[in-house]
Design a protein around this ligand. Structure first.
Ligand SMILES: Cc1cc2nc3c(=O)[nH]c(=O)nc-3n(C[C@H](O)[C@H](O)[C@H](O)COP(=O)(O)OP(=O)(O)OC[C@H]3O[C@@H](n4cnc5c(N)ncnc54)[C@H](O)[C@@H]3O)c2cc1C
Ligand SMILES: NC(=O)c1ccc[n+]([C@@H]2O[C@H](COP(=O)([O-])OP(=O)(O)OC[C@H]3O[C@@H](n4cnc5c(N)ncnc54)[C@H](OP(=O)(O)O)[C@@H]3O)[C@@H](O)[C@H]2O)c1
Length: 474
């Protein structure tokens, strides 16, 4: 960026400000509309301020803007003698060696922190008001789970009843460990909640270092009372892994109103009420899959809209789309402020790709390049699929798809493993030859079968004549 040469840095940074310093310095303070363009005020923590005018803005402030710390739901927290903080302020487990800890919330933060602390702390209590299904990152045969799950071929499952799919998935998860036995089983179904992914949690529960508890009823000095009446004394630390909220304090309040994490954006990107589509929000989604490829696709779309190469529909159509998505989410998910921006990876990627004009041409490929088409349908839906044609086309996309499993395998090949194959095959060869020899012996001796059965020792002698090792007595 040329910016570093054009602005005046505070003395501490004046020597040679690098990118890191820059990102620490600049804070978007206010974005206001000025006729047809957006105008920015920027301010840094040292009160240096500069105003610049831009043609368009992408807001990429994420959805973990503010820690959600619902202390009002926890009576007596003010009397608590130990320490408490939000999961965002958790840095490491070292200082909690030998301590007794309560972690509240069983999202991915709660699960990860409980597991990590359990290796250091004396005891960790993981409190959940609702319970959770626990998914594993390591899929069947050790393959990363999203490489198995995010496949176009599996989209047909959407045709099946949701009840059946829930039952099937819950059965699979309970096969790994019984969620009821481990105190984790929720009342809601598996697809009604943003997944908590944790390979280690069942292990920590089994070893007793993490105990699953219900919601906290109240705090009493250094004790924590749970809703089932149990009390844990001498608690040193409480980690509130209770999630995040987002907002856009640098925008005028009507530009993107956000309340309890609910926000009205066309395909989670565009505020529908703007006169000109010069403001786009990137990354304000919670996908079942990785967020990065989706954010990239949103940015590709936004760039084209800013340049006037893609048009947005009229406001009424945008509102209809927003409403339909809200209703679908309300039907599918447990009502909670953590379920307001949920998207399914492939359908949402395709939806955006359609806007950009980069959907993979599967039908055409089935005729012209069936090998590639089958990889697209039955292989993991990696972002290369959206680079075959249209803006941002990449010649390497085909090869990248055909070799993507190599890049899963390669980092795991850290030790040459012995090949047991040859030994096994030599045994099975001997076995096959032996069976063939035995059958041949019987076939050629069929005329004198009766005599042979009457005299088993002569039968054995004959078999020995045909069969090598396994049947010979040493
Ligand atoms: C503990 C944790 C683990 C996670 N692990 C995964 C994972 O394994 N896989 C996954 O896909 N996702 C994971 N996520 C979700 C993860 O947050 C997103 O995938 C990713 O960080 C989103 O990137 P982002 O750039 O959209 O937002 P962020 O990474 O949140 O970045 C937003 C940036 O905007 C800055 N900002 C905010 N306000 C302003 C302002 N007014 N002016 C200037 N800058 C501002 C912030 O300082 C921040 O640097 C995890 C989240 C958490 C909290
Ligand atoms: N390893 C990873 O990939 C990783 C790690 C950390 C975070 N993340 C991501 O970061 C995002 C945030 O995750 P998060 O775990 O911090 O937050 P989260 O997913 O919003 O989970 C918050 C948890 O706190 C509970 N909770 C909220 N308010 C509560 C209250 N008043 N009383 C009791 N319980 C309450 C919620 O319960 P209810 O369900 O009942 O509302 C939920 O269990 C997610 O997208 C997550 O996937 C990913």
């Amino acid at each position: 960026s040329n910016l570093t040469h054009e602005i005046h840095f505070p003395a501490e940074f004046s020597s040679n400000p690098n990118q890191t310093h820059l990102s620490m310095l600049i804070n978007v303070f206010r974005i206001i509309r000025k006729s047809q363009v957006a105008e920015f005020d920027q301010v840094d923590v040292w009160s240096w301020r500069e105003k610049q005018v831009f043609d368009a803005v992408m807001v990429c402030t994420g959805h973990h803007c503010h820690p959600h710390l619902p202390l009002q739901d926890f009576p007596g927290i003010n009397t608590f003698k130990g320490k408490f903080f939000h999961s965002r302020d958790y840095k490491n487990s070292e200082e909690w060696r030998g301590k007794r800890v309560v972690v509240i919330g069983i999202g991915n933060s709660g699960g990860d922190i409980a597991v990590e602390l359990s290796r250091m702390a004396k005891q960790v209590y993981l409190s959940t008001r609702r319970g959770s299904w626990i998914l594993n990152r390591v899929g069947d045969k050790g393959v990363p789970f999203d490489m198995i799950f995010n496949k176009r071929a599996l989209l047909f499952l959407r045709l099946l009843s949701v009840g059946f799919l829930n039952k099937w998935r819950e059965k699979q998860l309970n096969k790994r460990f019984n969620h009821k036995l481990y105190g984790l089983q929720p009342a809601h179904r598996v697809f009604s909640q943003h997944p908590t992914v944790n390979d280690d949690l069942p292990n920590r529960i089994l070893s007793g270092t993490v105990s699953v508890k219900p919601n906290v009823e109240e705090f009493r000095w250094s004790s924590v009372v749970f809703e089932d009446g149990t009390v844990e004394d001498d608690i040193d630390l409480v980690v509130f892994a209770t999630g995040y909220t987002f907002s856009f304090p640098f925008l005028s309040s009507h530009a993107i109103p956000a309340s309890k994490n609910k926000v009205s954006l066309y395909k989670y990107v565009y505020p529908p009420g703007l006169e000109h589509p010069t403001l786009a929000v990137i990354g304000l989604i919670q996908p079942l899959g990785a967020i990065m490829p989706i954010s990239e696709m949103q940015a590709r779309w936004a760039a084209r809209v800013f340049k006037g190469l893609c048009k947005l529909p009229p406001m009424s159509a945008m509102m209809k789309d927003i409403k339909a998505k809200e209703e679908a989410m309300a039907t599918r998910y447990v009502a909670a402020q953590r379920h307001t921006i949920q998207v399914d990876y492939i359908p949402y990627m395709d939806e955006l790709a359609k806007q950009v004009g980069v959907c993979p041409p599967i039908l055409k490929l089935l005729l012209t390049d069936p090998r590639l088409a089958l990889n697209i349908i039955f292989g993991p839906c990696t972002p290369y699929q959206f680079r075959f044609h249209g803006p941002g086309r990449w010649d390497g996309a085909r090869q990248a798809i055909l070799t993507q499993w190599d890049r899963v395998d390669e980092p795991l090949k850290t030790r040459c493993t012995p090949e047991p194959q040859s030994q096994r095959s030599s045994h099975s060869l001997i076995f096959s030859v032996s069976v063939a020899a035995l059958l041949s012996a019987l076939y050629y001796s069929r005329a004198s079968l009766h005599a042979l059965i009457a005299d088993p020792s002569s039968l054995l002698d004959k078999i020995r004549a045909f069969v090598p090792l396994p049947l010979t007595t040493q």
